[in-house]
Design a protein. Structure first.
Length: 124
């Protein structure tokens, strides 16, 4: 078994943690920042002694591979950032909407009898 070639540690590209991969010759994909490290690793004869090697990803022609590659990560993140921005019109409506939400969800909690104590603590 020691003389048997090691199996490649390759997974389909849709299992990659990010769509930023480079497809290598032979259908293997690597991450952009790991290409230089792997080239040095291939030239290192002692590299075979290390059990920890980066996982390589191959281009999957199955449905999941096509769907995964169709994701535009930059557009998704840009849309997410734009959706989270608060416009000046929304700033004026945020606090009243929050107060309405709080009043609606705290109807069952009896707190009015603590108002005098709260005012005394606040006046301090």
């Amino acid at each position: 078994m020691d003389l048997a070639p090691k199996a490649q540690n390759a997974k389909p590209d849709f299992m990659a943690p990010s769509p930023r991969v480079i497809i290598e010759a032979g259908g293997l994909a690597t991450f952009e920042d790991a290409v230089q490290n792997w080239e040095e690793e291939e030239a290192d004869p002692m590299g075979d002694l290390d059990d920890i090697r980066p996982v390589r990803y191959y281009r999957s022609e199955k449905a999941l591979g096509h769907l995964y590659r169709a994701i535009d990560e930059h557009m998704f993140l840009r849309d997410l950032q734009e959706a989270s921005r608060v416009t000046p019109e929304q700033e004026n409506t945020l606090l009243p909407a929050l107060w309405t939400y709080i009043q609606h969800h705290t109807k069952i909690i009896q707190w009015e009898h603590h108002l005098d104590l709260a005012r005394q603590i606040r006046a301090g």
